[in-house]
Design a protein around this ligand. Structure first.
Ligand code: PLP
Length: 487
């Protein structure tokens, strides 16, 4: 962690004194004047009406704004910047590849050392339980590739295969491209695009104990109920028609850091394998160390047939993601056509590979996944002690450095707030404003239908105990303030 502190100590560019006890030294200022907010006039971004604070630079776990404020990044952006921002070692690794003159590589002709090294590193991280890596530029593309690869597996065996159906889950998010969104059970993000091009995706319920567990129901019987539901879905569709079941081991954006109940992943995989279907895990958000093991499935050693990764893989230094492929799947291709009938112009990606390889080296050599586990337990403790008693904090859940707070109007009935109140968005806006100056990642739809509000906290893997205390204190102050104004 020494390097992290060095980076942070170099961070200030705005006259603020930042040291190890940086958090308390930030002088509260009034809300940013409008000249420091930018409405995106030319860029078509998600929200055409909103203005955003102008960012100047970032270093370590801090974002420096044009208005002079420094914001603590308690979410790693969207759970991406796992080693913090501006790490010179990663920049150097990228630069050295740029200097070779091959930032782009046509994989029709060439192979490349750094790409091969990255794949070797990623396979080693699975303890050799996965066999090959397919690189993509985003988590959505990784999901698309996984969907196609899963289809091709059965096509290789029999071009007339009847295996065309996927089973995914409600309360899930797998990406924004049509295939990946079609797989997702995220009503808010799906609504404008119904019906989807694909009519072969079917959903079962999520594994969400806060909203689904009946009074006194044990983990074992909850899991048995979920496995029975999946089995029933297989039977309804015809087991011989199912390609794969797809799930996030810890649900990210859709529900706000909801971990699978112990035993759930194994039970679901057993149902899939009983019927000869594949078991696919989407670890784009929850993987690569975020949940305290390098892969979330390593917590219970439930190895998937295919797995997608992204976000923390490149730590935000480059857009890079991947599908990890088990030997079971690779062997089917090797014994069949010998190729994956897929590919994109930029999949060679030497610069992306250099960035991801260096990020992964840093994570491994600095023992950052252990730090995630350790600081994650402390974050849980701090959040619970400050917020468990709040009348509008319905649930605090997560794993590693991936924690969600779900807000409710009524804690007994778990009734969510009216969506028009925009509770999660209010929390974000208060948090990134002075005097709090901290990110909190908002989400909606975690309750039934289009309702429900949550926020995610997902700091970098190198956070200290003091960082954790700061995050919990600010999160608590923001929540208290927002609800004091609201109710
Ligand atoms: N899968 C999960 C679980 C995600 O959280 C996301 C993005 O948030 C994706 C897939 C899509 O990744 P990307 O936004 O990089 O396309």
């Amino acid at each position: 962690l020494a390097q992290h502190h060095k980076v942070v100590a170099e961070a200030p560019s705005n006259g603020l004194h930042l040291s190890n006890s940086h958090h308390t030294t930030v002088t509260p200022k009034e809300d940013a004047p409008s000249r420091n907010l930018k409405r995106t006039e030319f860029l078509l971004d998600r929200n055409l009406h909103k203005s955003f604070p102008l960012v100047k630079s970032a270093c370590g776990n801090y974002i420096n704004l044009v208005d002079g404020r420094t914001v603590f990044d308690a979410t790693s952006g969207a759970a991406v910047s796992c080693i913090g921002h501006g790490d010179k070692r990663v920049i150097k690794a990228m630069y050295s590849v740029l200097n070779t003159g091959i930032p782009y590589l046509a994989t029709t002709f060439w192979a490349c050392e750094v790409v091969e090294e990255l794949c070797k590193e990623l396979i080693a991280g699975t303890d050799g339980k996965m066999a090959r890596v397919y690189l993509t530029g985003s988590g959505s593309e990784a999901m698309e590739a996984a969907i196609k690869l899963a289809r091709q597996v059965f096509y290789e065996k029999d071009p007339a295969t009847r295996r065309v159906n996927f089973i995914a889950r409600e309360g899930s998010y797998h990406g924004n491209t049509i295939g990946a969104l079609g797989m997702s059970g995220h009503p808010v993000r799906r609504a404008p695009y119904e019906p989807f091009l694909m009519d072969n995706v079917h959903h079962v319920t999520a594994c969400n104990p806060y909203r689904q567990r009946t009074d006194g129901e044990s983990d074992t019987s909850f899991v048995a109920r979920k496995a029975a539901e999946l089995e029933a879905k297989f039977q309804e569709l015809g087991p011989e028609t199912v390609v794969a079941f797809v799930a996030e081991p810890v649900v990210g954006a859709a529900l706000g850091c909801v971990p699978s109940v112990p035993g759930y992943l194994k039970a679901m995989r057993d149902v899939c394998h009983k019927h000869g279907a594949l078991f696919i895990l989407d670890e784009v958000m929850s993987g690569m160390g975020r949940c305290g093991t390098l892969h979330a499935w390593q917590d219970e050693d439930v190895v998937p047939d295919l797995q997608t990764i992204g976000k923390g893989m490149g730590g935000g230094y480059q857009p890079v993601a991947a599908v990890l492929i088990s030997s079971r799947v690779v062997n089917i291709l090797l014994n069949g056509s010998g190729q994956f009938i897929h590919g994109q112009t930029y999949q060679g990606m030497p610069v992306q590979a250099a960035a991801a390889l260096e990020v992964q080296r840093i994570v491994r050599e600095e023992g950052l996944v252990d730090n995630v586990k350790r600081q994650g337990l402390y974050l849980e403790k701090c959040l619970r002690s400050r917020l468990a008693g709040h009348p509008n904090v319905g649930d605090i859940r997560g794993r590693g450095l991936f924690w969600g707070l779900e807000f409710v109007k009524n804690k007994i009935t778990k009734e969510p707030f009216d969506a028009r109140l925009g509770v999660a968005q209010r929390i974000l806006e208060a948090a990134i404003s002075a005097p709090f100056n901290m990110t909190m990642y908002p989400g909606t739809g975690c309750a039934d239908g289009f309702r429900g509000d949550h926020v995610i906290l997902a700091p970098a893997y190198n956070v200290t105990k003091e960082d954790i205390e700061h995050i919990a204190r600010v999160a608590s102050d923001v929540v208290h303030l927002v609800f004091r104004k609201l109710v």
